[in-house]
Design a binder for this molecule. Structure first.
Ligand SMILES: C[S@@+](CC[C@H](N)C(=O)[O-])C[C@H]1O[C@@H](n2cnc3c(N)ncnc32)[C@H](O)[C@@H]1O
Length: 164
């Protein structure tokens, strides 16, 4: 919604939760941008097919849980990603959905497991750039806006001067 009301002329908003996708459609109507925003429901990139984007952003439910944690069904996915499988998919498949010079970003709360995120980013050849930290006034928790930059390392050449 932020992108649409600030001038992006085409926005695709997706979510695993049908309720979240329906809520986004209602918000688009409310903010007068329903011609700009299309919504889709499904697992990560599944609703967008082979489409590519100049900017991909996910405000993730950053908490790490074990795969079998029962509270991560339905609404639980808003705050937790079991096994960080969704984060792994987000980073593994992003290149197939970015335009040339397209940008990949993530909103990552302080409750997230940054070491695991770093490992997933490294595995899928992304550097993490910290852009901004936001503090929520009501609870004093923070969330970071991260950007992922392509790492030139390949499976054959494990050397990248910028990698930690
Ligand atoms: C912190 S909430 C963000 C909600 C809203 N988009 C926002 O920015 O305020 C994280 C969202 O990610 C969604 N999500 C979790 N796993 C997903 C997946 N595998 N594919 C698509 N969406 C997923 C959840 O359903 C939840 O709505």
């Amino acid at each position: 919604m932020t992108a649409a009301v600030n001038g992006c002329d085409r926005v695709t908003a997706t979510d695993l939760s049908p309720q979240a996708a329906a809520n986004t459609a209602l918000n688009a109507h409310r903010h007068g941008v329903r011609d700009i925003v299309s919504t889709g429901c499904g697992d990560m990139y599944e609703p967008v097919g082979t489409d590519r984007y100049d900017l991909i952003f996910w405000n993730s439910g950053a908490r790490y849980t074990e795969l079998a944690w029962p509270e991560t069904e339905g609404l639980g996915r808003t705050i937790a990603d079991p096994g960080y499988t969704a984060h792994a998919t987000y980073l593994a498949q992003a290149r197939q959905h970015l335009t040339h010079n397209g940008r990949l970003m993530l909103g990552f709360a302080d409750s997230g497991d940054r070491a695991r995120l770093n490992a997933i980013a490294r595995q899928h050849r992304w550097h993490i750039l910290h852009l901004e930290t936001m503090t929520f006034a009501d609870c004093q928790r923070t969330s970071s806006l991260l950007e992922f930059l392509p790492c030139p390392r390949t499976p054959d050449t494990d050397a990248c001067p910028a990698c930690p």
